[in-house]
Design a protein around this ligand. Sequence first.
Ligand SMILES: C[S@@+](CC[C@H](N)C(=O)[O-])C[C@H]1O[C@@H](n2cnc3c(N)ncnc32)[C@H](O)[C@@H]1O
Length: 260
Amino acid sequence: MTGPDDTTGRGAVSTASPAGISLEAAARAREADLPTGAEKTMLVRSMFDAIAPRYDLVNRTMTFGLDVHWRRQSLRALALPHGATVLDLACGTGDFLKLLRSGGYRALGIDLSWGMLAANHTGLPLVQADASALPVATASIDGITCGYALRNFTDLAAVFDEFGRMVRPGGRISLLEVSEPESGLLLAGHRIWFRRVVPVLGGLLSDRSAYRYLPRSTAYLPSTDELRTLLHAAGFSSVNRRALSGGLSQLLTATRSGRP
Ligand SMILES: C[S@@+](CC[C@H](N)C(=O)[O-])C[C@H]1O[C@@H](n2cnc3c(N)ncnc32)[C@H](O)[C@@H]1O
């Protein structure tokens, strides 16, 4: 699926595996014995259904509240005027939606998990759908935000194609994901925290198996170069990747190509 002004020749790009993630990420997922395809979608949906009631508490605790700061940075980087229509994809319990509303945007949330949507009390329009096939008209929105969901999608290439289809030329996307500091003490500390402490903490506060899965799920995440290639192929230009808080999180922004 491509957008109205697609000039990317998506067919020529072959970074995606048959499972819809990059070849490199698919190999890592196989190595880590992680599910792909429909099995992954089912696992992800039931996992988020299970952790929804305590999702916000665990999130704040395991990031020391930094996640709030990262979402604010992501919103600033979206750089769209007040009144713009923004889809928050994989909206979960609604943290991004609240920020979008207070920033003066017309916001809409979509998520796969009914449990997460039930815990979303923003009062904004919400839709249950899978990110790879979205009930949003072509070139009808100005922007997309998406927090910490890229590694959860089953078919990332299809999701980015949907971004390219839905966002009008000149529109913007701002995507947050987990990341790892490049080296040094911060990397060592992050590995201990994320791989050892978070599963225990998540187990105590919420669901043990879900928070054991969380650090493992980073194996699905394509490299920056692969993400860039997929976004270009989906019709985006000016793709920019920024490390946040020394690399604890990453922020990807891009502009939909074509004449506005
Ligand atoms: C880690 S949570 C992030 C929630 C929220 N964006 C935030 O910043 O806190 C990931 C979210 O992605 C949603 N999700 C996972 N796979 C999805 C899919 N295929 N389509 C739509 N949403 C999906 C999950 O249900 C969950 O709410």
